[in-house]
Ligand binder design. Structure first.
Ligand SMILES: [Zn+2]
Length: 314
């Protein structure tokens, strides 16, 4: 996550120029050139100031250190963080601070939102964006924590079966116990936080179809063919991915993301093409924490990345 996103500044600057210039010209037309110029400058500055609020907030957050207790939690619960070098950890910690500050976290039906719950979601966001600092997670920035599993009407009835849910425009819903379980065994290949956050990449004009919205449209057919082939393997019981991945292409993508980050060695060995596709998408090799460059990911016969030296894991 960048402090300043050049692309997001373009509309702000354009609006400032249009509004400021327009006010200036109207003032000049009415014969009050000085007043028009002054009002134009003020309106342009107001627009620029509003556009600079988030970069300024991020810049201030970037000056602070993550508390030692938060770093300890990351070391224990996030294997990817442990694999990063000092520079990578600093970037990861900064993303955690940004996500913690910019997302709203709310407890439902008496749930107290603890620092660990906030950190649990912020760590997931930092993982997904670590190789793609130019990205922001799509969708709303609101997270609701539920005390129990919930159903389609968000109630904890006997038939309630949801541990998490993501909406295209609305909040992300998570149960407290599933979030705790997700980080208690971070190599199990099951993480509700990563799962629901992954869905956010898949909400676009086409709906949730297993093709993340940020994929180059030209490579969408390749993605779809890969997803179909891998779903067949899940149904045949020949996949590392758990059976829920065969529910729908959107669920396949979300489950694949969980395994990619939590069991990267096994995925690279058993699902070479899928691993390579996800590594190219996230531009990250989660086995090493190495941020990858542009282009295809080269893997040798053992499923090891032949193009990047593998640093020591502590
Ligand atoms: Zn899902």
């Amino acid at each position: 996550m960048r402090i300043v996103r050049p692309l997001s500044l373009v509309p702000t600057v354009l609006l400032a120029v249009l509004l400021g210039g327009g006010t200036w010209i109207v003032g000049a037309e009415l014969g009050a050139f000085g007043v028009g110029a002054g009002l134009g400058a003020v309106s342009a500055l107001v627009v620029l100031g509003m556009g600079a609020r988030r970069p300024f907030r991020r810049w201030r957050l970037a000056q602070r250190n993550l508390p030692a207790s938060h770093r300890r939690w990351l070391r224990v619960h996030v294997p990817l963080y442990r694999r990063l070098d000092a520079e990578g950890r600093a970037a990861f910690e900064r993303d955690v601070r940004f996500a913690r500050a910019e997302y709203s976290f709310e407890g439902v039906r008496g749930v107290t939102v603890t620092e660990t719950l906030r950190l649990s979601v912020a760590a997931g966001i930092a993982m997904l964006l670590h190789g793609r600092p130019e990205w922001e997670l799509p969708g709303s920035r609101s997270v609701l924590f539920y005390p129990e599993r919930f159903d389609d009407t968000y109630h904890d009835t006997r038939t309630a079966s949801y541990d998490g849910m993501a909406h295209p425009q609305g909040p992300i819903l998570l149960t407290v116990s599933s979030v705790e379980a997700a980080w208690a065994r971070p190599d199990a290949g099951s993480n509700v936080v990563l799962h629901e956050l992954a869905h956010l990449f898949d909400f676009d004009n086409e709906g949730p179809d297993g093709v993340p919205s940020l994929v180059d449209p030209g490579s969408a057919p390749d993605w779809q063919a890969l997803v179909r082939a891998e779903m067949r393997r899940v149904r045949a019981g020949r996949s590392l991915l758990r059976p829920y991945a065969a529910e729908a292409p959107s669920e396949f993508f979300a489950v694949a993301v969980e395994h990619f980050f939590e069991q990267p060695d096994a995925m690279a060995r058993r699902h070479r093409d899928l691993f390579r596709a996800l590594a190219a998408f996230f531009r990250l090799d989660p086995r090493t924490g190495t941020v990858l460059g542009e282009g295809p990911v080269a893997l040798d016969e053992r499923g090891e990345d032949a193009s990047v030296p593998r640093p020591a894991v502590d």
